[in-house]
Design a protein around this ligand. Structure first.
Ligand SMILES: CC(C)(COP(=O)(O)OP(=O)(O)OC[C@H]1O[C@@H](n2cnc3c(N)ncnc32)[C@H](O)[C@@H]1OP(=O)(O)O)[C@@H](O)C(=O)NCCC(=O)NCCS
Length: 175
């Protein structure tokens, strides 16, 4: 059955979600800045909510692209993670997350962009097997740009995975 025939498309805004959290003393490393892993978990949480809301059921993290941290996050920062579905395939989707930080106790300070992350989630059934999901319907020019760029990232992810599999099967592969 075709993807479009199975489900009605769902607009990007339907599952778009934001999470905010104040960073506390348990979130920091010995240098006093927030652990990258704390931000990654936060990103995975908001992206997981988006993936489940879009797909209408359980969805698991299949991969998280390289994530660059642009600015340090400190104790007392109010961190916001904004997430949406950028692209959908048959059973997988890319969720993009933008992370911003601002002081928790001061209004009017422009938020700093801390990181951007792209995650692939796969919608799964009760047995943990991939299940089809509704296609995302981008609504704005920005949504359409994100969709097009997500397709490029998907092509690279699959090509990289296949190249590694091929190299393991090749003549120089360790037995
Ligand atoms: C994700 C998972 C369900 C995929 O199962 P699978 O049998 O390999 O699935 P398939 O090969 O049929 O691929 C399903 C879809 O996922 C995509 N996909 C799978 N692994 C991927 C990866 N590493 N990167 C990008 N896409 C991936 C496939 O391209 C396919 O997309 P499409 O249907 O939209 O075309 C399975 O690997 C799994 O359960 N992983 C553990 C997930 C988990 O527990 N995450 C939490 C971290 S502890």
């Amino acid at each position: 059955m075709s993807q479009l025939g199975e489900f009605a498309p769902k607009p990007t805004s339907a599952a778009r979600t934001s999470l905010s959290r104040i960073m506390g003393p348990l979130d920091v490393n010995l240098l006093g800045t927030v652990h990258g892993g704390v931000i990654m978990k936060f990103v995975d949480e908001v992206a997981g909510a988006v993936a489940q809301r879009h797909s209408g059921g359980p969805a698991v993290t299949a991969s998280m692209d390289e994530m660059a941290f642009l600015e340090p996050v400190h104790v007392g920062d109010l961190v916001h993670a904004h997430a949406q579905v950028n692209w959908t395939g048959r059973t997988s989707m890319e969720v993009g997350v933008r992370v911003l930080a601002e002081p928790w106790n001061e209004a009017g300070v422009p938020p700093t962009r801390v990181a951007t992350a792209y995650l692939v989630f796969v919608a799964v059934d009760a047995d943990g097997k991939p299940r089809p999901l509704p296609p995302v319907a981008p609504e704005t020019d920005e949504d359409r740009r994100r969709f097009a760029e997500a397709e490029i990232r998907r092509t690279h992810r699959l090509a990289r995975r296949e190249a590694i599999v091929r190299s393991r099967e090749g003549p120089g592969a360790p037995g």
